[in-house]
Design a protein around this ligand. Structure first.
Ligand code: RTP
Length: 155
């Protein structure tokens, strides 16, 4: 698959432990499906700390880093790969801003979250980051390469 084609862009989206505990897996999947994106992979995984530390390695010197790793390892997360036109940027828009006061109603965080430390979901912030995160969370054989039948406007 030619991943330079923006229509074939992929992003890593995860429902964090608080989102799983609150029963929001289906709600989040529903929004990506309804928008027209295609799920390429999905699994419930209680992530080991070394995976989470690697995932958040760029934040290692932040004061909230240890708490973040504790929170992310407090229960299973629902990890997904979504594909479609500009899905990295669009996914971030659908998630909403990290700061709860800036996350607009209509976004996942704006509709369901209050606390920056319990913000329900994760989405890759760039195409390169997405590539790294997908490789970190999934084996190649867990990604399903498929087309929707004869509908070029569903990604
Ligand atoms: P994410 O990677 O989870 O999608 O979040 P993000 O890019 O919107 O935010 P980032 O700055 O990369 O932070 C990653 C996660 O760390 C937690 N956080 N806590 N002040 C705090 O206590 C604080 N700031 C960030 C959040 O869970 C955030 O999603």
């Amino acid at each position: 698959k030619k991943m330079t084609d923006p229509k074939q862009e992929r992003t890593f989206i995860a429902v964090k432990p608080d989102g799983v505990q609150r029963g929001l897996i289906g709600e989040i999947i529903k929004r990506f499906e309804a928008r027209g994106y295609k799920m390429v992979a999905g699994k419930l995984i209680w992530a080991p700390k070394d995976l989470l530390k690697n995932h958040y390695k760029d934040l290692a010197d932040k004061p909230f880093y240890n708490g973040l790793v504790e929170y992310m390892s407090s229960g299973p997360v629902f990890a997904m790969v979504w594909e479609g036109k500009e899905v990295v940027k669009m996914g971030r828009q659908m998630l909403g801003a990290t700061n709860p006061l800036a996350s607009m109603p209509g976004t996942i965080r704006g509709d369901f979250g209050i606390d920056v430390g319990r913000n329900i979901c994760h989405g890759s912030d760039a195409v390169e980051t997405a590539r790294r995160e997908i490789a970190l969370w999934f084996k190649e054989e867990e990604l399903s390469d498929y087309e929707f039948a004869n509908k070029s406007w569903i990604y």
